[in-house]
Write a protein that binds this ligand. Structure first.
Ligand SMILES: [Zn+2]
Length: 263
């Protein structure tokens, strides 16, 4: 007998199927991988994401910079090659990211456009990336989010996300600019639920100011009442809002697998 909780997990359509064939859930199999561009617009939380993640000294600066804000977290969409080089140059930097409660997401091993890779090749790429991250961290991390290089949500990338239970992630805002002031102007556009794209480049000669902009933006966000949280937290709030609008249970904890959400 299905409990109410099971019903919420599966959604009505799937439960009807289950009544006839418990082991066969074609509706669930046919559903595409979820894609998010932003979180719920009802909560003053946002996610600040850093792509690529070269330059371990920048990663360490970001970890230190956010410490005065106990509730603030970042999400790092790391390239596999960068993880290896960061670890060689600054051993333990990825452990420090994880230990400080920040989230790590997939951004491919070599930053290749996923459209030129088959789904099979991308799945192998993801598994190799996971092994590398696990070796560097010393434990098996939980990875929920995947950001395609060049924002290319190719069919192969969406297949990978479905096969490995990942949420394909894009963004709704960026604070990147060629001057710090311009970056602050962009930050003034922040809305509830935004996913903010940044990188880890700090080189004024190249017009890259990711660290300097972040340093100015954090106190601004705090003053405005925004809390940068991990993407998992942002996504969970989004799902809870969706349960709410469907009349389902709310506030039942933090799981990405409870999908009381319409296909
Ligand atoms: Zn990238």
């Amino acid at each position: 007998m299905l409990s109410r909780r099971d019903f919420l997990k599966l959604g009505g359509a799937a439960v009807l199927t289950t009544a006839f064939s418990r082991l066969n859930l074609p509706q669930l199999d046919a559903s595409p991988a979820p894609v998010i561009y932003h979180g719920s617009r009802n909560h003053p939380t946002i996610a600040i994401t850093f792509d690529d993640d070269w330059h371990p000294e920048v990663l360490d600066q970001l970890i230190e910079m956010v410490k005065p804000y106990p509730d603030f977290r970042f999400t790092f969409f790391a390239i596999g090659d960068a993880i290896l080089i960061d670890e060689a140059l600054s051993p333990g930097v990825w452990k420090r990211i994880a230990q400080n409660g920040h989230e790590i997401g997939y951004h491919t091993f070599h930053h290749v456009d996923p459209a030129v890779m088959s789904a099979k090749a991308l799945i192998a790429d993801f598994d190799q990336w996971m092994n590398t991250l696990q070796q560097v961290l010393g434990f098996q991390p939980t990875v929920h989010f995947a950001k395609p290089p060049y924002d290319d949500l190719s069919p192969s990338f969406l297949t990978l996300c479905k096969e490995r239970y990942l949420v394909a992630t894009l963004y709704s805002l960026g604070y990147e600019a060629t001057t710090v002031d311009e970056g602050l102007n962009l930050a003034a556009k922040t809305r509830n639920g935004d996913i903010v794209q940044m990188h880890t480049y700090q080189d004024p000669n190249q017009g890259r100011f990711d660290v300097a902009i972040t340093e100015k933006v954090l106190p601004y966000l705090a003053e405005q009442g925004f809390t940068p949280v991990t993407l998992s937290t942002l996504y969970d709030q989004l799902l809870q809002d969706q349960y709410n609008s469907l009349g389902c249970d709310v506030g039942t904890g933090a799981s990405l697998t409870r999908t009381c959400i319409e296909p």
